[in-house]
Design a binder for this molecule. Sequence first.
Ligand SMILES: Nc1ncnc2c1ncn2[C@@H]1O[C@H](COP(=O)(O)OP(=O)(O)O)[C@@H](O)[C@H]1O
Ligand SMILES: [Mg+2]
Length: 257
Amino acid sequence: MTPALQSAIDVAAASSAYVIIVIQQKGGSGKSTITVNLAACMGRSAALVHGPVGEDEDSPVVAAGIDPQGSLERWADRVPEEKLPFDYVVTRGRLGELPKIKSQPKRRRVLVDTPGFVEVDPDAEWGEDPLGDGRVADALREVLDIADLAIVPITPEWLSWEPVEFTIERILKPRNIKFLVVINLHDPRDGDTQLEKVKNWIDERGYPRMAKPIRKYKIHSHAAEEGQVVTEYKDSGTALRAREDFMDLALCVEQAL
Ligand SMILES: Nc1ncnc2c1ncn2[C@@H]1O[C@H](COP(=O)(O)OP(=O)(O)O)[C@@H](O)[C@H]1O
Ligand SMILES: [Mg+2]
């Protein structure tokens, strides 16, 4: 390939690097789980198209954590990095790193795990930014500025609903950030009553959502403990169904971009 052609391809790739943030005001809805597993599924799909990434090459897919001591960082401590189908970075609130990664020529998808933002400004007027001051708030504003899509996880547990509405109405809509609500932690053993309730709640508000939920499987929390991602699950039974949910999410996100 001529250098000119290579650089044309690099430019084309750079202009299509999408930043996808996973955001929800409260913890426990699966932001970190979704970030790493979505990165794994997207990394796998990139490898199917472009082949494996060389040792010194940038991976097309990056998972990033922005908070100090965030779960991405704790999870990253447990994984052998050379085995992952994506790169990961932990910025610990340092500014400037993610915009730089977004513009690197080989990058195509940057998935950003965000911390909750419990410390919102209670006096912020409607329409005003409620994120307040501080390192994490600044880091959050920086990724919101470059985000192409926000994934907002919700659970069938009604306590998670109000923080979802807050995130969408106060953080995403004022910035015109496209978003997708994803139901996580649906326990197939619970039947569909609560699942239907949360679907109705989302639909009443006119929020776009993934049609099917990500199911709750023990294998996901065990895997997190061991630093495993869904693309490494074995090819049988529950593991396969558990992995399928995240593969479907990856397909759904590609459609939403
Ligand atoms: N689909 C799932 N099935 C089983 N456990 C899950 C699933 N999604 C998340 N978890 C577990 O729920 C807990 C909270 O998830 P986490 O990704 O840390 O949420 P957040 O980052 O929003 O705080 C973790 O223990 C995680 O392993
Ligand atoms: Mg987290």
